[in-house]
Design a protein around this ligand. Structure first.
Ligand code: CMC
Length: 429
């Protein structure tokens, strides 16, 4: 069958470009030879309509509200699996067999402890440090303790060890970043606990008071982490891939991803949502007033937790999280007035023509903060929780990019600055 093509006409010249179709029939124009044949580049600020790669990890249909990892729906995964099972699926492409799962979890559990010298690095951070900054620094510091990880092309076994180590140590780093902020002594991992329970233990155990992990809390955390595990080529994942494309190591690529996630338009939105809801509450709870602010183009305020670059119908993760928030609050007997404000805001927004016309629906971050609060996680840790969840996705995307030997990422630009002009001597300026 002849290759399907698209034709671009520039003046009298016609250029034929190949079409690439994915397994879910998404079609792209491969513009690889456009510049060579016409001198033209494409311009797409924010990469709103640019495919950067061909990936087999996550399928997302923003119009239909579909999210699948390696073919499995997010709904089924969130309902039935463990976070480490989803991590294995994302990274290795298939759900693990019982034997594979046992080896993978055993290897991860075995590496939860971090070198004592990490404590010295942690001690250098003042208590005022945001835990996201601490987390990304500790992940970069992994390169110092495991220099063999610097070569991303080392053996398969070496890459496996790098992956296992970071999956194992991230919860320890995350919990320690929180302890640093609290001015409390760090808590060491306990390897008889599962992944989520161990994290909760390191977060909440105190020398003065033993913390017993509540299975309701641990199960809710498992679900939240799964819901964040991957989301194809978003800002932080693209950052991980682009940093890794220079053949930088896994740990620094992940650290870059953590920093990209931090911003309030991306993973930082979950912290921003709760801060916004608190502000609305403190201001008397008039949701309409804040809706009007969000719609006012002269006001920089945006309704945090609303809107998404790719979901133009609804965010399937938000649906699951909303229900999970109701369940968790009921099971734990938590009454949170901020939840009522969130529900009120959602109700008003879903009927408001401004939000309807622009397809602005609640996203994953709108309700996740409410669950984190109910679980006792402080607001500044919310984005760290997102990073913990996104870790397997970043790893999977980095590994895929390396295995496909993708070229270094290097976009072009349309230059709009001054044209050439002579240098002006300082005395004449
Ligand atoms: N509140 C008010 N107006 C909004 C909002 C909002 N939250 N989001 C988008 N708009 C308006 C925007 O002003 C624009 O209006 P107009 O067409 O009149 O200029 C229109 O909707 C399209 O917005 P955009 O900024 O062009 O869309 P985008 O795809 O570039 O941005 C977004 C997507 C998520 C950055 C944006 O919706 C936003 O800032 N939301 C709030 C932050 C947030 O919740 N982020 C978390 C995203 S989900 C977690 C993750 O995966 O990172």
């Amino acid at each position: 069958m002849a290759e399907e093509t698209a034709e671009i006409k520039v003046g009298d010249k016609s250029i034929e470009l190949p079409l690439i179709t994915g397994t879910e029939n998404e079609t792209a124009i491969n513009i690889g030879k456009l510049r060579a044949e016409s001198g033209l580049i494409t311009l797409d600020p924010g990469y709103k309509n640019t495919g950067a790669t061909q990936s087999a990890i996550t399928f997302l249909d923003g119009e239909k509200g579909i999210l699948r990892h390696r073919g499995y729906s997010i709904e089924e995964l969130a309902e039935n699996s463990t976070f480490l099972e989803v991590a294995y699926l994302l990274i290795y492409g298939e759900l693990p067999t019982p034997a594979e799962y046992e080896t993978f979890t055993k290897d991860i559990t075995h590496h939860t402890l971090v070198h004592e010298d990490f404590k010295k690095i942690l001690d250098g951070f003042p208590a005022s440090s945001h835990p996201m900054g601490v987390l990304s620094s500790l992940v970069t510091a992994m390169t110092a303790f495991y220099p063999e990880s610097l070569d991303p092309n080392r053996s398969k076994e070496a890459v496996y060890m790098s992956i296992v180590r970071i999956l194992a140590k991230m919860p320890t780093f995350a919990a320690w970043a929180f302890k640093n902020q609290m001015g409390h002594p760090v808590v060491y991992p306990k390897n008889n606990l599962d992944y989520c329970s161990n994290f909760l233990h390191m977060m909440f155990n105190l020398p003065s008071q033993d913390y017993d992990v509540d299975p309701v809390v641990s199960a809710a955390l498992n679900k939240l982490l799964i819901l964040h595990a991957d989301h194809e080529q978003n800002c932080s994942t693209s950052t991980v891939r682009i940093v890794g494309s220079s053949q930088a190591s896994l740990y620094v690529s992940l650290s870059a991803g953590i920093n990209a996630l931090w911003g309030p338009l991306h993973g930082g939105a979950n912290q921003a949502v709760i801060e916004m809801l608190e502000n609305i509450k403190a201001d008397g709870g008039d949701t309409q007033k804040w809706m009007d602010k969000a719609k006012d183009k002269n006001d920089p305020f945006r309704l945090m937790g609303f809107g998404h670059r790719v979901y133009k119908n609804f965010d399937p993760r938000a649906k699951i999280i909303k229900k999970a928030a109701d369940d968790v609050l009921e099971k734990l007997g938590v009454v949170d007035p901020v939840l009522d404000i969130a529900k009120g805001l959602e109700e008003v927004a879903l009927k408001d023509p401004y939000f309807v016309e622009r397809n602005l629906y609640p996203n994953v971050d709108f309700y996740s903060g409410i669950i984190y609060r109910a679980l006792g996680i402080p607001t500044e840790m919310f984005t760290v929780m997102f990073a913990l969840g996104r870790l397997p996705g970043w790893i999977a995307q980095w590994k895929e990019m390396r295995e496909n030997n993708e070229p270094i990422g290097r976009p072009r630009q349309v230059y709009v600055g001054e044209t050439e002009r002579p240098y002006v001597d300082m005395s004449k300026r």
